[in-house]
Write a protein that binds this ligand. Sequence first.
Ligand code: CS2
Length: 471
Amino acid sequence: MRTGHAPLTGIVHLGPGAFFRAFNAVWTEEAMAAEGGDWGICAVSLRSPTARDQMMPQGGCYTAVELGPEGETRRVIGAVTEVLVAPEDPEAVVDRMADPDVKIVSLTITEKGYCHDPATGKLNREHPDIVHDLANPGAPRSALGLICAALEVRRGAGDPPFTVMSCDNLPSNGAVTRGVVLEYARLLMPELADWIAAEGAFPSTMVDRITPATTEADVTALARAEEYYDPAMVVHEPFRQWVIEEHFVSGRPAWDKVGAQMVANVEAHELMKLRCLNGTHSTLAYLGYLGGYETISETVADPAYAALCERLWADEIIPTLPQPEGEDLQAYSKALLARYRNPAIRHRTWQIAMDGSQKLPQRLLGTIRDRLEAGVVPEGLCLAVAAWMRYVGGVDEQGKAIDVRDPLAERLKAASDRGDTPEAKVAALLDLREVFDATLAADARFRAAVTAAYVSLVEKGAQATVAEAKA
Ligand code: CS2
């Protein structure tokens, strides 16, 4: 970095939402403060102009508010140099990514942004955005389309590719990203796919910081405390962890100097986080929502829900995990419960319940499969699956409609409606191959446990079922 000047843009980040602002941008700002480097970030929205409209009038700056149980700290983050909106001008985004100053394209596009089949991890060639992008490769809509269009420009110019770094909650997120990028590139242009396969880098990462969606109340509270209005602000917990595979084409910010863990293989850390944190988060989201709880901290304030989490970690999740270097799995899960209890973080069960069809395989089903293979039926996790089924049926315990947000929402509702008994509803949902692979769906022990839990949720309700649950 040239002292006294703003850094050049070295990163293009797809997905400029709250998590990116509370996580990637903060680490990168600290890394530049520690060691310099031209790692300014051009953030790109793949859909709505909201992030640009909120951030650009503030020169890309925004406030990150850390909410601890004992108070808050606020800081202004300035690592974002520019915000673009892909649907308004996809070519401009491709140009930016093709600029040889850009060394890294990072992603927080959520599970569904990968246009893959969640059960297999393979590209979904029928995905409307993929169909569109293959027909219009110069004006793509999807992350994969943008990445491949820009990589093709770089290949043509004789420039090296950028590193593609996924920061989403998918297991082996680097390998999944590489897989779908290569599959898409091969459909488009086999030479491009060969070049990416030979020259590209797709490090896997494990990211962790609880960051609820910003609310009007958060913006108002900040305005009161600081006397400025910042609609781009984010709130987050104090905790953060970033484990990154050391595999970059043309360098990276000094994230390791400010606490990120660089490792040769991130898989054990990813499994720990996805299964311990995201697995219980989703469990609490469905069972908590059905039980009438609005946030995670309210949900775990109910001792039966907290006890369920503890039993899930001890009896069903930790036994499936390889030991990640430097971690104590018991201490890790104990700390998770304390993080969930943080009353300053109002993380809505409804928010975490979103996109369950994309989340269940890596959060719950892999763990269930491992336990079944070990000859044990994980009743607690089967209850979580049943709660998801009850939730996507779209009607809560008071008979009120649930606003189910999921790319498969209509199909989930149709499957649930097809069955006229609880058993038939469960059977119809287990037939969804995007979520449940054939082997798991056919497992009689799994079917019986999910069905029994579902019947209990219908007959007794979530709170009573959780109170009786024996993991
Ligand atoms: C949550 C995650 O919304 C969700 O599905 O489980 O966003 C979770 O808060 C983060 O992964 C924590 O690092």
